[in-house]
Design a protein around this ligand. Structure first.
Ligand code: ADP
Ligand code: MG
Length: 238
């Protein structure tokens, strides 16, 4: 059985059917990328998985449990947004440990978890700084660090690199790939950037107007695009 299963997932905003019966099976440890043009429903689909939007039809299963109507806080998922909302008055260490502190985790365990995450993300020397003393790329890594320390079942990323300049985007993309290799965590990553999709993904899900056009490995999409839309979006000559 798959680790995360979407079955007939639907979302309406008023009259507008934004997500149209999405079926998708994701395996444990997979890195799945949602791509598609602006407005096709990528963020909405991710937010439905995260429990940040209520679902209007269909169901979600995670690790053998029905989470369709479970509150976000109970789903054991961690989301990293494009605008990294760090607490400005707190140090990097405090930002990364905040959720664990709220959960009354033992301080020694907190320190260990934060140190490990900081090590993976090259933030060890920045733990006492505040966000305004960091570069954009470092701030985004702190946001990722906050997700890592919670050791969620699934990482959800919504265009995490879109506020970074091209050089930092490339560098942070490599770090996200490394993170996935190190932790082996199930990851869903939203982007409208084909290069990000093709370099990071085990499988790419091409969305268009609330529906799936094609699901496949980067190579499958490149070699055998299902239709003209996928071919153009992936950038394959036809
Ligand atoms: P993407 O992330 O692919 O750019 P979104 O999921 O943000 O697309 O949006 C999909 C569609 O849903 C768009 O037409 C958008 O205008 C609409 N939409 C998104 N959020 C809301 C909302 N809270 N209320 C009404 N419409 C929304
Ligand atoms: Mg979006």
């Amino acid at each position: 059985m798959s680790y995360l299963q979407l079955s007939g997932v639907e979302k309406l905003f008023g009259e507008h059917r934004v997500i149209k019966g999405i079926d998708l099976a994701i395996q444990q440890g997979e890195f799945v990328v949602f791509v598609g043009p602006s407005g096709c429903g990528k963020s909405t689909l991710l937010r439905l998985i995260a429990g940040l939007e209520t679902i209007d039809g269909g169901s979600l299963q995670l690790d053998g449990r029905d989470i369709t109507h479970q509150p976000s806080s109970k789903r054991d998922l961690a989301m990293v947004f494009q605008s990294y909302a760090l607490y400005p008055h707190m140090s990097v260490f405090e930002n990364m440990s905040f959720a664990l502190k709220l959960a009354h985790v033992d301080p020694a365990i907190i320190k260990d978890k934060v140190d490990r995450a900081a090590n993976i993300l090259n933030l060890t020397n920045y733990l006492q700084r505040t966000p305004k003393e960091l570069s954009g790329g470092q701030r985004q890594r702190v946001a990722i660090g906050r997700a890592i320390v919670r050791a969620p079942k699934v990482f959800l990323f919504d265009e995490p690199l879109s506020n970074l300049d091209a050089a930092l985007r490339g560098q942070t993309r490599i770090e996200i790939a490394k993170l996935h290799r190190d932790l082996g965590a199930t990851t869903i990553y939203v982007t409208h950037d084909q290069v990000e999709a093709m370099t990071l993904a085990d499988r790419v899900v091409v969305l268009r107007d609330g529906s799936i056009e094609q699901v496949g490995t980067p190579l499958e999409l490149y070699d055998r695009p299902a239709n003209q839309f996928v071919a153009q979006f992936i950038g394959t000559p036809q």
